[in-house]
Every structure is written in C-alpha cells, then in structure tokens.
Design a protein around this ligand. Structure first.
Ligand code: GLN
Length: 479
C-alpha cells in the first residue's frame, strides 16, 4: 500500500520505527494531489511551502493535513471560498493551527468549501464544486466537502472541517470517512472565520476512528482567546478505543425514521444497530418530540448570526474593494454596496437577507426570539433522553450523495437535507459520523452517534467497536 493510503497512526508508527520519514509521507501526498486533484478539486490552493515544510514542533504527528479554507493560517490566503475575502492573509494562526504546528503536522493546503460554510454540497464555492471521489457526478456533501473528499481520495492523511449544522458529518457520510463535531466549547474557535458563533465548532475528518480520536486530542482544550471554550481537561481519547459496548444504553429516535429517508439508508442503519446489539449494547426507541422544528429553528438562528457576522465585510478592512464606477452622491455607501454585491455569491446574499429580516424590528420577536425558545426545547429533548441513555444513533443524512446540480435551484430541498445533523449544533452536543455501508450504486452511507456534552469518549467507544467489527473503513474509492 502507498504511504498516502495509510492512516496517521500507522504512519506515526512507521516513522517511529524509521521505516519511513515525514518527508516521504509529505511527498507521497503531494504526488497523489498532483495525480488526482484535477478530477476531485478538493483543494483550492496548496500551502506556499507545501513542498518544503519541515515538522515544526515535538513531531508527535508529523503527517500532512488539509485545512478548510475558513481557518486562519498566518500569511496564507484564507478566503472562506468567497470573492469578498480575495487577497486576505491572516496575520495570526487559529488556535487549532498553532496546536497542529506544535504536534509537527504539515499544513499541506486549503480545502474547498461552500462560501462561508453556507451549504450542504460544496457547490457554493467561488472556486467551483468539489467532486465526490466515489462518483465524480455527485457532490461530496458540504460545507467541508473539500476536506472530506481529500481524505477519501487519500490526498490528505486527515483534515480539519467546521460544523455549524452538519458540515463535518454530512460530507464525511457522503465520502465514506469519519467526521466529528465536538461539543460546543470543546475546541477553540479563535481564528475560525465566523458563520454562526453560537453553533460553529472545528472538528476532525479522518480515515478511521482512532485517527479521529487522535486529531481531536490535538486540537481540543481551553483557550483564553475564545471565551466560549470550556475550561475542562482533555481526556486521552485513545483510552476509549476498547472494542467493548457491553451494557451501554442507546436510543433510536422514532422521529428520525420517517418519510423521506432512503430505504437503503434505513437498512444500513438497522444492520449497524444489529452489529452493536450483538456486541452487547441495548437499544431503546425514544422520542425527541421537537425534531420537526429543528430545520426551521436552525435556519432562523444561523442566518441571523450569519447576517451579523458578515456585516464586517465592507471593503474597508478585509479583502475585496470595489469602487463605484458611476459618480453618485454617497461614495462610501456606494463602495460598500458595490463591494458586497461583487463579493458575495447568491447563497451568502440569501442568508444575509433572511437573517437581517428575522432580526429587524417588528419581526425579531416572531422569528429570532421564538427561534431561541424552540432551540431550548430541542436541547431539553436531548437532556431528558440522556438522563437514561449513553448515546443516540441515527442516520447522518437521509440519502447518499446527490448529483451535482440536483438541488442548486431549490434551496429549500438543500436545507431539508440537513435534518439529522442540525439538532446537535442547536443543543451543543457532540456527534460523530462513521461509514456504515454502501448503496447499490456504491455510494457510502453514514451512521451518526450522539452523546452527552463533553462525552466525545463515548462516541469513540461505540464508533470504534462498530468499526472493528465491520469492513467499511477499509473500502477504497475507484480513483
Ligand atoms: N448545511 C448547513 C447550512 O447550509 C450547515 C452548514 C455548516 O454546518 N456550516 O447552513
């Protein structure tokens, strides 16, 4: 097997035994990118020093990583795949980047994403879409589609994504890799360009559960520069990889298995439940009664926060500036308008308008405030369920990856595809997506596991036990 096809923990061991070197691994990944990325388009740019970078720190994990284009890296263009951030080079590293550099990681390049992470398909990128390595006519999911596709096609050993409503888990599901949204506050958001600040979390995308646990261990932890990060110790997540689920109590929410779910997805989830039952976990049907309001609530809260976060892109401080061509009477206002009109794509404009509407006087109480109240009810559903349960299992997405272009003219149907992932963000709990089978068209299916706040170890324990008893993570894309 080629070096770029190995996992980070396998490479760490080989490097430790001097059977390969970090430089050889880096070169294998770069060669793969040169060979394959023309077809996949997982990367929007390679790091300026991609071919020469040396491990910078303690070298615990000197392997190449892809970074979603909304995480700040000193001196490297960071654009959220938006024209409005054209030319922006952050003068500082995000905390996760600083931690990665200390672990010896190679930052190989920036991965494609929906503009400002608005989307579920990576089609809303100013650089054009990424393709799913399992079928190039299909989307890789989104918004971290470039990160998931890079890992699936072995153009990165692992990657970072961000998840506001499913943007790590849904592309992980569509691309057949492992993706985790940590508990809100587990990972510092310092240097993550904000979409919806009360929902955003950075998280790992990896080839297997062990790598996912290792990468979370590197990036997690309290950060005084993010006041929403939690001042709690970070456990050694690899201790949870014990291949034992005996006695665990797992809920299956009936609201997640209704109309709209692809029968092949349902079958794969049922089969996964059987695997865990055989290993000694007990399953209970449960109810999360406010699930039906999750999509509406999310799209009110997330767009409200997005409209306010995106107000800073005015042509003055960052990136693009367009001077008005005609001479009107308000040169400064005209400059703002021209810049924002030229800089934002249509989905970003839609979100700014939706969010501004629900925050405006007269509508605030009816939309935004009501949204916050329903958000609390959704969280209470989980609090109640977790009084008796260790975890909850659902599909990650109702379908496998859809065709490129299939949903671009129908934003509502795109929004509805997030149905299973957004509740975890609204309630702040951690959730992981792991591969659990393939459709007859040979497209990957993802299983989602949810747990109590800060109990990522439980996710790893169940995910690892499942993975050790199934073959899915070893399957290769046709590329
Ligand atoms: N698909 C969701 C949206 O478009 C989630 C995106 C995300 O998690 N960044 O808002």
């Amino acid at each position: 097997m080629k070096l770029n096809e190995l996992t980070a923990h396998e490479l760490r061991d080989l490097i430790g035994e001097k059977k390969t070197s970090p430089q050889e691994v880096r070169d294998a990944v770069l060669a793969r990118i040169r060979q394959t990325d023309g077809q996949v388009k997982a990367y929007v740019r390679l790091s300026s020093n991609a071919a020469t970078q040396e491990p910078s720190g303690g070298c615990a994990m000197p392997v190449p990583i892809g970074i979603k284009d909304n995480i700040c890296v000193t001196g490297e263009p960071t654009t959220c795949c938006s024209r409005i951030l054209e030319g922006f080079k952050p003068p500082y590293d995000a905390t996760v980047i600083q931690k990665l550099k200390e672990s010896g990681a190679y930052l190989i390049g920036s991965t494609n994403m929906d503009e400002f992470a608005f989307g579920s398909s990576t089609e809303n990128s100013c650089y054009g879409p990424t393709r799913n390595p399992w079928n190039k006519d299909c989307v890789p999911g989104g918004s971290s589609g470039g990160s998931a596709a890079a890992v699936a096609s072995h153009e990165a050993i692992w990657a970072l994504g961000s998840d506001t409503g499913g943007s790590i888990r849904q592309p992980a599901s569509f691309c057949g890799v492992v993706g985790l949204k940590p508990t809100y506050g587990r990972v510092s958001r310092y240097g993550l360009i904000a979409f919806a600040s009360s929902l955003d979390q950075i998280g790992p995308i990896a080839k297997d559960v062990e790598d996912c646990a290792l990468l979370l261990g590197i990036i997690a932890g309290y950060d005084e520069r993010d006041s929403t990060s939690a001042d709690l110790p970070v456990p050694d997540y690899t201790k949870a990889l014990v291949n034992d689920v005996k006695g665990l109590k797992v809920g299956i929410p009936k609201e997640y298995f209704v109309e709209g779910i692809d029968p092949q997805v349902r079958e794969a989830i049922n089969a996964a439940i059987d695997v865990l039952k055989k290993r000694g976990a007990t399953f209970y049907e449960i109810s999360l009664p406010h699930t039906e309001y999750a999509t509406a609530t999310y799209y009110i809260v997330a767009t409200a926060e997005a409209s306010s976060n995106l107000a800073r892109y005015d042509g003055v401080q960052y990136g693009l500036r367009r001077q008005p061509v005609d001479t009107r009477k308000t040169p400064l206002i005209d400059m703002y308008e021209e810049t924002r009109d030229a800089g934002f794509g249509s989905e970003a404009k839609r979100r700014i308008m939706l969010g501004t509407y629900s925050l405006s006087s007269g509508y605030y109480d009816d939309y935004y405030l009501k949204g916050l109240k329903v958000r609390t009810l959704i969280k209470q559903d989980f609090d109640k369920a977790f009084q008796k349960l260790d975890a909850i299992i659902t599909p990650t997405a109702p379908t496998t990856a859809f065709k490129i272009g299939e949903k671009t003219d129908d934003p509502l149907s795109m929004y509805l595809s997030d149905i299973y992932t957004i509740s975890a963000n609204l309630s702040g709990i951690p959730a992981i997506s792991i591969p659990c089978g393939f459709s007859k068209e040979r497209m990957p299916i993802g299983l989602q596991i949810l747990a109590k706040p800060f109990d990522e170890a439980m996710l790893f324990r169940i995910a690892y036990a499942y993975e050790q008893n199934t073959p899915w993570h070893k399957e290769r894309t046709p590329l």
